[in-house]
Design a protein around this ligand. Structure first.
Ligand SMILES: [Zn+2]
Length: 432
């Protein structure tokens, strides 16, 4: 039974251990581009996608504008249009008001315990601070299935129907649902054949598959002209999946999905990242240089080049690569943080000041534990402000005890009334 639960989309779980949410500019911006037509027709344009580091095939909504997608779903759903169908289904739950049963308290509880994780920069820091890269190294965070809420069969059917309509209204072929359900069916068929459909609350995939096949066969749908995804967005989505596999999966899966004979950019990307993770820097370098020369305008390949140069200890080259990436794509918090880290380590001329400025910018727009960790290093160990930054770092990691410990130390070392003193006091008073 556990296996069925694990692979059906739309389950809520109350995490016992913190789940981690991946922040990554490339992944977030590509998904935003893919789902925009759907969130627009659903009239929920401020939908936020949160990527949960968990290998189950799952996605869920909790009533607000956040949609949670698991990395296990992203790496297995092969086309932008199939991903669009998943999101359309989730928006169907939101529009249908299916989460009345979900209390606001539960949603804020889940949010409170979510840890933020970065991929490239997280890996770069894994050596220096194990708590930063632990999640990335482990691959999956393992959200403990402490309590589970599922939608009813009727609600799932309604969400499928509403999602189907959203796809049609946005001008995209609702056969995206077929891809998703066929994939789910492959994973569950051998289990479902032994399950009595009346005994479970959740609809069987076979039932949902039949429902969508019937709808696709109607004359109305068959006569419609749908948009097709451009080769550009298909490739961008391939890169997202390759990146996730490269950072999160084990060697067997990397080699199965992206065997060395595969010379596509996606395969090279996945293998280069995985090689870097495994410490095979020369292998990673060959792939990364191929990607950069084939795609001189892709900022994320320069980001990877920067990560790699940093791993080699080539600070000047790492800084040049990140600066180039930021020229191609300004306002990329993860790249800015990575650049700040290398500047702090190089510490020439005004490097440290520049690093501090970059961290402050990132914290203003997209606060992450890593940015606070690098900011702490810009102050130096003797400065009370470093203690405050570490208090914020642990606060974002949901480590209340350590956060308070550092906030107390910051307060004792800082002058009353300074901004860092006040923020440390807020942490101790529980106002943050
Ligand atoms: Zn659902």
């Amino acid at each position: 039974m556990r296996k069925i639960i694990a692979i059906l989309i739309c389950m809520f779980t109350l995490p016992a251990h913190a789940a981690s949410v991946i922040q990554d500019t490339e992944i977030e911006s590509v998904i935003a581009e893919i789902i925009k037509p759907i969130t627009t027709v659903a009239n929920i344009p401020d939908t936020q996608i949160r990527i949960v580091n968990d290998d189950n095939f799952n996605a869920f909504v909790m009533g607000g504008t956040d949609i949670y997608i698991y990395t296990g779903l992203l790496t297995r759903v092969r086309t932008p249009n199939a991903l669009r169908a998943v999101i359309a289904h989730e928006l169907g739950h939101t529009i249908g008001g299916h989460m009345a049963q979900m209390s606001a308290r539960m949603e804020s509880e889940i949010k409170r315990t979510m840890m933020i994780q970065a991929l490239g920069i997280g890996l770069m820091l894994a050596g220096g601070n194990p708590s930063l890269g632990a999640g990335v190294m482990a691959g999956a965070s393992g959200i403990a299935r402490q309590s589970m809420l599922a939608f009813s069969r009727d609600e799932e059917r309604v969400a499928d129907d509403m999602g189907f309509d959203l796809m049609v209204r946005a001008g995209y072929n609702p056969n995206g649902f077929l891809d998703v359900f066929e994939q789910m069916n492959d994973m569950t068929a051998h289990i479902e054949s032994r399950v009595n459909p009346n005994a479970i609350n959740h609809p069987l995939t076979s039932e949902r598959l039949k429902n969508v096949r019937d709808k696709l066969a109607t004359a109305d749908i068959k006569s419609k002209q749908f948009k097709t995804d451009s080769a550009t967005i298909v490739k961008k989505y391939d890169m997202v999946r390759a990146k996730l596999v490269g950072y999160l999966d084990d060697a067997t899966r990397v080699k199965t999905l992206y065997p060395s004979a595969d010379k596509t950019d996606a395969a090279i990307y996945a293998r280069a990242i995985a090689n870097m993770r495994w410490g095979n820097l020369s292998g990673a370098a060959v792939g990364t240089r191929t990607l950069v020369s084939r795609n001189p305008n892709n900022p994320y390949f320069y980001e990877l080049l920067g990560d790699l140069e940093y791993r080699y200890g080539h600070y000047d080259d790492a800084i040049t690569a990140y600066e180039h990436a930021l020229k191609l794509r300004p306002n990329s918090p993860q790249i800015e943080t990575a650049l700040a880290l290398v500047l702090v380590e190089r510490a020439k001329n005004d490097d440290v000041d520049r690093a501090a400025e970059l961290c402050r910018r990132v914290i203003l727009t997209d606060p992450s534990p890593v940015a606070y960790w690098v900011l702490a290093r810009t102050f130096g160990a003797d400065d009370g402000r470093a203690d405050w930054a570490m208090a914020e770092f642990y606060r974002l990691q949901n480590n209340r005890e350590k956060s308070r410990e550092y906030a107390r130390r910051a307060k004792s070392r800082l002058k009353p009334g300074t901004p860092e003193y006040i923020k440390s006091k807020d942490i101790l008073n529980g106002e943050k």
